[in-house]
Design a protein around this ligand. Structure first.
Ligand SMILES: [Fe+2]
Length: 222
């Protein structure tokens, strides 16, 4: 089975690329299942119902989210859709699903979305405790467990990777919008990559132009 994971789709430029390339990539590579991070798909901030439906129509099976889950208020119209997965470590009582289980090629694929806590200004529970609880719940019947860890710090992503090695099938990072070249198989067999980027050029650092990020770092004395 082949699973394609697509990092943060940013605004119309990202959607345009997806429309152009996804059918070809899917066909040429015989992709069975597609996961895409959609939290920036509406002008870089959130997702609309129109875009959500368009991504499904393009063949995306599951759309994951992140720190911009609530960027467009209309998400409340479809937040509980079973093909939309928002970070599982939001506090209890928050609407939506933190993971989903999907049938594909006779297997059950679990897709879990988590949000980091380092340098992300989002109120969240401990993602390590949350993911351990979820995996305990699903491990009996999920054949494949995929984790999208939407986080800023490489250290936090790596810590999560070693924590989940042997428990999940693959963990990929999203959020930084920078492609890393550190894909690897960890000692107990889990696949890992720190970030699967998006479609912006290198002058962008994260969603913002590098100047915005650069301004915050030299002045940060904490
Ligand atoms: Fe993000």
């Amino acid at each position: 089975m082949k699973i394609l994971a697509i990092g943060d789709i940013v605004g119309e430029i990202g959607l345009k690329k997806l429309r152009e390339l996804l059918p070809k990539i899917k066909d040429e590579n015989k992709i069975d299942f597609i996961i895409a991070n959609g939290e920036n798909s509406a002008e870089g901030m959130g997702i609309t119902e129109y875009i959500f439906k368009e991504l499904l129509a393009l063949g995306v099976n599951v759309i994951t989210m992140g720190n911009h889950t609530w960027g467009k208020k209309e998400i409340f119209n479809f937040i509980s859709h079973n093909q939309l997965v928002r970070p599982a470590n939001y506090p209890e009582g928050v609407l939506g699903n933190g993971y989903g289980i999907y049938e594909c090629c006779g297997k059950k694929i679990a897709v879990i979305n988590l949000i980091g806590r380092v340098d992300i200004n989002v109120l969240s529970e401990n993602p390590f405790i949350t993911v351990e609880r979820i995996i305990k719940e699903i491990k009996e019947y999920a054949n494949i467990i995929v984790v999208d860890f939407h986080a800023e710090a490489t250290a936090e992503k790596l810590a999560m990777a070693y924590f989940l090695d042997g428990k999940a099938t693959v963990l990929f990072g999203t959020h930084t919008h920078v492609q890393t070249a550190d894909e690897k198989i960890l000692p107990k067999g889990m696949g890992y990559i720190t970030d699967i980027r998006n479609d912006r050029t290198e002058k962008f650092c994260h969603r913002y132009e590098y100047r915005g990020i650069y301004k915050t770092i030299p002045n940060n004395t904490s």
